[in-house]
Design a protein around this ligand. Structure first.
Ligand code: DGJ
Length: 725
């Protein structure tokens, strides 16, 4: 999100419209005459905007290309920018109050142009209020190969005298054709993130939202499908997410006539923004896509888009290293000797990046103290960190470190010096979460303190990886020192400065890789993933729970961001084997979290073999196309297939959970069939793990092979390779 200060818009006449919209054969945005407006094309979809004679900008259609002609004849248009004003029949994108307390807005078309933004055609349509000095530009940036549109708006106070109060400003509104729709979204809690849920959208509004800066219970992602189109690999699906890490909301407003309006953006609950004369406010981007390839197409399009367009460029195309993280082994009780002992074994088994977690900084012996004081604990590391880092580097591994910059413990030097730097209200309890308070990063002094502390840490030590944690939710978001009309802006200012802080650190330290963490998966979204190279998916490392968490995660986010560790955790006392734990963790970015100094020679040998195998298949896992073959949400087993872009090879992860599910039938107890997807139908594939048997691609996809895994909590990784017959 950018808060734009300067914004210059030339106001063209209606007649200039056609001239402005540059068109060529490969244009994805074309202007139309009958009806007047624009047609935005992706590979599978069309988004149509019309301009009425009265100067209203309306969305006429968003869906498959094939149905466009039909819909053109039966236009049932909705405003591109639904406002609070006139009849309140839609969920508003814009709600403002003008200086004379008028709360209704009335928009009219000003001009339109096709711009290049970050190398992509973008339609910008400017409208203005008919009377008051308010201008709103809506942007649609087109990513045709992913069937994705990025939509956002920027509002400007074009007046010279009065403020305009924004009470609500969403990023985008889309309107789907009349139908019966089912919504798939995610639910969850700490330790159980990314659980997929389905619900029918009946008339009324269903809201997904965050109000406390956490998205455990509700990661900001959705998929909507016509109720009678349920196949995984075919049929219509609209999907989307918001590129934002603060409070957000997505509303699904279903009308009696069957239309569905989806609106998403910053959650303006207890939030507003004062638009001073001459200033502008730009929203984060709302990502929305359409596919004819079912839930699988939705996941593939969105994850490919994130992998290729959103993730920070430096690490986007590099394989992520196998990491060791000492948290589960040593918690807060860290010291040089013990970390080096872990590092020796990590190196021996093939780890490439050694990460020290919490506990390394001054006075941090448990979670009651020290957050905020980002200097090394000399009692634990009398020589500082650098000598230890040097030894780890000499072993051939990079070194990484844990931080939680946005937080402070009341028992810390920082809080003692600056008790006013945390979110708080006078006369109200400062509620603690994990014994910590949240710094008000909206403040410039807090921003500068964190930038300085982290820059010092990174420049004095050869740190190549930061795990950025965020362990509590927001409470009492007060900022008593701020001017009264800015006090409810604090959440938006916080996130703007959080992004600025990470962006500045990345510019200063371009070699450092960043991992997003929030007590596990509490803040994973495209705002963070455009700044963080990977994400700690969950504090729950139990492999069975992870099958669900990871399957859900992979509906929205790419595998090369999904960090998964092998640890001693066994939440259900099922005693899953080390082999199984590795197989689960190897379907993402592999990490190890055991106390590996306690491993037997046999365990080390197994780990070494597994890590070597992971390095062998890593490119497929991290850069291949994922087909989620069997869902753990519907079966007593699960399977994931990653295939190379040229269809020459694939890796298939097959997991058994319970032998039989509660209530299973004779039918469901029969050995299953494993059908692969996305292969070259006429090519032959060799499967070394199954006695080098060779099958044709079409056989593997349409007939399939017998489910290869036997026994509860057992697994198998199959690699297949194109071969001559
Ligand atoms: C929560 C994280 O999710 C864990 O992995 C670990 O880093 C702890 N915080 C450390 O306090």
């Amino acid at each position: 999100m950018k808060i734009m200060i300067l914004y210059i818009a030339a106001v063209f006449s209606f007649a200039s419209l056609q001239a402005n919209a540059k068109q060529s054969a490969d244009s994805v945005i074309i202007s139309t005459e009958s009806p007047g407006g624009w047609m935005i094309r992706t590979n599978a979809s069309v988004y149509q905007i019309i301009l009425t004679k009265e100067g209203r900008v309306q969305q006429a259609y968003f869906g498959p290309k094939a149905q466009l002609a039909f819909h053109q004849k039966k236009i049932n248009a909705a405003d591109e920018i639904p406002v609070r004003g006139a009849f309140p029949t839609k969920t508003p994108l814009l709600e403002v109050v003008f200086a004379d307390n008028v709360r209704d807005a009335e928009l009219t078309f000003v001009n339109a142009e096709v711009l290049q933004i970050e190398g992509r055609q973008t339609l910008k349509i400017t409208q203005k209020d008919k009377y008051y000095p308010l201008e709103i530009a809506s942007f649609i940036r087109v990513l045709p190969e992913f069937d994705i549109l990025e939509k956002w708006v920027a509002v400007k106070n074009t007046g010279k005298k009065n403020n305009i109060k924004i009470e609500n400003l969403q990023s985008a509104s889309i309107s789907l054709p009349p139908d019966r729709y089912d919504l798939t979204h995610m639910a969850g809690a700490w330790g159980h993130e990314f659980q997929l849920r389905n619900t029918t959208l009946t008339e009324g509004v269903k809201t997904l939202q965050a109000r406390d800066f956490k998205s455990f219970d509700n990661p900001n992602w959705f998929m909507v499908r016509p109720a009678d189109e349920t196949a995984d690999v075919s049929g219509a699906a609209w999907f989307g997410t918001l590129q934002y890490s603060g409070n957000w909301r997505i509303d699904f407003d279903k009308a009696f006539n069957g239309r569905l309006q989806i609106t998403g953006g910053i959650n303006f609950w207890d939030t507003d923004w004062t638009l001073k004369p001459g200033t502008a406010f730009e929203t984060p981007r709302f990502i929305v896509g359409y596919t004819r390839s079912g839930s699988e197409g939705a996941a593939q399009n969105l994850t490919a888009y994130i992998r290729k367009m959103v993730l920070p460029a430096p690490w986007r195309d590099k394989p992520k290293p196998v990491l060791y993280n000492s948290w589960y082994a040593t918690t807060f009780n860290v010291n040089e000797e013990q970390q080096l002992a872990l590092a020796e074994i990590a190196k021996e088994i093939g780890v490439e990046l050694f990460v020290i977690d919490d506990g390394w900084f001054k006075g941090r012996n448990d979670d009651h103290a020290a957050l905020g004081d980002w200097t090394v604990d000399r009692k634990k590391f009398p020589n500082g960190l650098q000598p230890m880092i040097k030894k780890i580097n000499d072993m051939g591994m990079d070194f990484g470190i844990w931080v939680e910059p946005e937080m402070v413990n009341p028992n810390s030097d920082l809080y003692r010096a600056h008790p006013d730097w945390v979110f708080h209200f006078p006369n109200r309890t400062r509620h603690e979460g994990r014994h910590q308070l949240m710094l008000n990063l909206g403040r410039e002094d807090v921003y500068r303190y964190l930038l300085k502390s982290l820059s010092t840490l990174l420049s004095e030590n050869n740190i190549k990886f930061i795990k950025w944690d965020h362990n509590r939710t927001l409470s009492e978001p007060g900022w008593p020192d701020a001017p009264v009309n800015e006090q409810r802006e604090v959440r938006i200012r916080y996130i703007a400065n959080l992004y600025r802080l990470i962006d500045t650190l990345r510019t200063r330290f371009p070699d450092v890789q960043f991992e997003d963490c929030s007590s596990g998966g509490g803040r994973i979204d495209l705002g963070m993933l455009s700044r963080m190279d990977q994400a700690w998916t969950s504090d729950n490392t139990d492999p069975v729970d992870r099958l669900f968490i990871q399957y859900g995660y992979l509906s929205a986010f790419p595998a090369n961001t999904m960090v998964s560790w092998v640890t001693h955790e066994d939440w259900h006392a099922l005693k899953p084997g080390l082999d199984y734990k590795f197989d689960v963790a190897m379907s993402g970015v592999l990490g190890i979290g055991y106390d590996i100094t306690k491993w037997t020679e046999e365990e080390k040998k197994l780990a070494k073999t597994k890590i070597a195998k992971y390095k062998d298949i890593r490119n497929l896992v991290q850069f291949g196309t994922l087909h989620r073959l069997i869902s753990p949400f519907e079966n007593n087993r699960s399977a994931l297939q990653y295939i190379a872009g040229d269809q020459s090879s694939a890796v298939i992860f097959c997991y058994n959970m319970a032998e039989y599910l509660n209530g299973s039938t004779t039918q469901s107890q029969k050995a299953g069939i494993l059908k692969l997807r996305g292969l070259d139908p006429g090519a032959f594939y060799n499967i070394p793990e199954l006695n080098n048997v060779v099958y044709r691609g079409d056989f593997l996809m349409n007939v399939g092979i017998a489910w290869p895994v036997k026994g509860a909590y057992k697994s198998m990784i199959l690699q297949i390779q194109k071969t001559k017959q």
